[in-house]
Design a protein around this ligand. Structure first.
Ligand code: SF4
Length: 401
């Protein structure tokens, strides 16, 4: 979502100014900040200090102004531009900030995307309906605002016309898309897959609480070959008590039911989930439940975050757990995921797959995605083309073809 905002900021700035890649050449710097955890916020503030010492004019935007206003105001940036006003970036650069009243419809704003990638990020909504106890993102992104179906479809079509072939639909919670404009995510997917091109759609993360209310229709929409069999469903904890404290709105059993339904429908698929380790009320027993849950469902992708108290959140009022405990729990899950990754990928050894080449990899390799959204590394191919390949080697997080 932040990367999509950067593409909007670049396109708007390029209308009036020259966008350069090197800091040395620049007169001013736009910092599109993330504030999801304390470590990241400290990095952002350190960078702003460094830029000011280098004599740059600094515009601070992104999530920090909304997630921690006091910290943003004290950051030393010349202008603090809240996210919902990114359309005013040029007046901020020119020094006379003119805020427009109406919130922007990001799907109608221009984007300056990477040319050397087949991936186009398309934001479908901003904000969510959640009230998770640890989350400051909701302070920055606000309540759910879905962008109109026709403007999203137009944006996807324009990206396809420009040669992009992987459309990443993103928001804080794609499952609640359309609830404020009388439509749904499955309906939106229905419109997008009708576009007359060969392409793939990656559906972004969704909160299990709202995913289960649209799941049957969603799985029907997913049965179209244009939709990657990829589900990003953050569970956050394997302990119902901790989930209740987090105010996530579902139980572990609900999450497991969604996973089982998804895998029954699409045995060849990729499940991505997230866990927070070290939530203040997470005891050793609670963490063991999370560990056993991951052992049981064997996700293909696991994003592990160490709990970080965010200002203004309920969880920040609770006594924090020692860092070494968080590190140890994170280390144990990382180790477990290495063996799960190998086990889940080993069934592809020697298999033939049809993949979409999406971007450049390390050295002179190319990265591609199978229809089950497996990461595949190739030596030959063109960005944006579909290729038939044979899997030669298997690694925990990718395949070599
Ligand atoms: S669903 Fe929860 S974690 Fe996600 S953005 Fe909303 S409040 Fe934050």
């Amino acid at each position: 979502m932040n990367q999509s905002d950067t593409e909007i900021l670049k396109a708007l700035v390029a209308k009036r100014h020259e966008v350069v890649d090197s800091l040395e050449e620049s007169d001013a710097v736009v910092v599109n900040s993330c504030a999801v955890v304390g470590f990241t916020e400290r990095k952002v503030l350190k960078e702003i200090k460094r830029l000011k010492q280098a004599g740059k004019r600094v515009i601070l935007t992104g999530c920090l102004p909304g997630a921690n206003p006091a910290s943003a105001q004290a950051s030393g940036a010349d202008v603090v531009l809240p996210l919902k006003h990114i359309a005013a970036i040029n007046s901020a650069l020119d020094g006379h900030l003119a805020i427009e009243a109406a919130p922007v419809v990001k799907s109608e704003l221009p984007k300056l995307r990477h040319r050397d990638s087949a991936i186009a990020i398309v934001a479908i909504s901003e904000g969510c309906l959640g009230a998770c106890s640890y989350c400051a993102t909701r302070f920055a992104r606000g309540k759910l605002r879905s962008f109109p179906v026709n403007s999203i479809v137009k944006e996807v079509e324009s990206a396809l016309e420009q040669g992009y072939r992987e459309i990443q639909l993103t928001s804080q919670d794609t499952a609640v898309y359309g609830r404020d404009i009388e439509t749904t995510l499955p309906e939106l997917l229905g419109e997008i897959i009708d576009l007359p091109y060969e392409f793939r759609v990656r559906v972004g993360m969704m909160n299990p609480t709202y995913a289960r209310e649209i799941f049957d229709e969603l799985l029907d929409a997913y049965s179209n070959e244009k939709i990657y069999k990829f589900l990003h469903l953050p569970v956050q904890s394997g302990d119902d008590e901790v989930l209740r404290h987090m105010r996530r709105g579902y139980r572990v059993a609900d999450f497991m039911e969604l996973v089982a339904d998804f895998r029954r429908r699409f045995p060849e698929s990729t499940l991505s989930t997230d866990v927070i380790v070290g939530y203040p009320t997470e005891s050793d027993e609670s963490f063991d439940k999370t560990y056993r849950l991951i052992e049981e469902i064997k996700p293909e992708i696991l994003n592990i975050t160490r709990f970080s108290p965010r200002p203004g959140t309920e969880a920040a009022k609770l006594r924090d757990i020692h860092d070494w405990i968080k590190k140890e729990r994170s280390r144990r899950l990382t180790k477990l995921m290495r063996s799960i990754g190998m086990e889940r990928n080993s069934r592809y050894a020697g298999k033939k797959l049809r993949v979409l080449v999406t971007k450049h990899g390390k050295g002179n390799t190319l990265l591609a995605r199978s229809d089950a959204y497996r990461q595949v590394v190739l030596k030959e191919g063109e960005i944006g083309e579909f290729r038939d390949v044979k899997i030669r080697k298997v690694r925990p997080t990718y395949l070599i073809a």
